[in-house]
Write a protein that binds this ligand. Structure first.
Ligand code: ZN
Length: 178
């Protein structure tokens, strides 16, 4: 953003909300969960209606990805399964399951950080979020604070393996595809 006077607008930047998602990812890291975080923004009010991080280990639930937990929170907030006024921010490219849930929830806009070359379902492995054959498909922007997201994942896997991360790990490459 070039206009320095737009401090208010800066607060509504994708980087600002991705920063909030990154805070969630760091919480996951602290409790030894794969560090992925998500927040959901009510686009009309600029208010965050959900924030969550991956809790697969804690909940012993394969569906407890950050996006799924955040979507459930937001649906509870709106008392509706339709999240048509929302933007989902997530630190890692959504997987197949989460991309499916995003489509089901009718979320119109998704912003993510790092790409996931092994499991990403925007463009890396599957193209669910970019598939115009879906009745609903969201506007997607990747690569926001991708370095921070990727570095958190890299250092998580490095620590767990006591060595270097493997090629193809989430976070092993940055930026957006396609
Ligand atoms: Zn997922």
């Amino acid at each position: 953003m070039s206009d320095e006077s737009s401090a208010f607008m800066e607060d509504l930047s994708p980087e600002h909300f991705m920063g909030e998602a990154l805070k969630e990812a760091r919480r996951a890291y602290e409790v030894e969960e794969v560090p992925v975080g998500a927040v959901i923004l009510d686009a009309a009010t600029g208010r965050l209606v959900a924030r969550a991080h991956n809790q697969r280990e804690l909940l012993r639930d394969p569906t407890a990805h950050a996006e799924i937990l955040a979507i459930t929170q937001a649906a509870d907030y709106y008392k509706s399964w339709r999240l048509t006024g929302c933007v989902l921010y997530v630190t890692l490219e959504p997987c197949l399951m989460c991309a499916g849930a995003i489509v089901q929830a009718r979320i119109p806009e998704v912003v993510y950080g790092a790409v996931d070359p092994k499991a990403g379902a925007h463009c890396s492995v599957f193209e669910v979020l970019a598939n115009s054959a879906n009745n609903h498909f969201p506007r997607v922007q990747g690569g926001i604070l991708a370095d921070e997201s990727a570095e958190l994942l890299r250092s998580f896997f490095r620590e767990r393996r006591g060595g270097e991360g493997k090629k193809g790990d989430p976070g092993s490459s940055n930026g957006a595809c396609g």
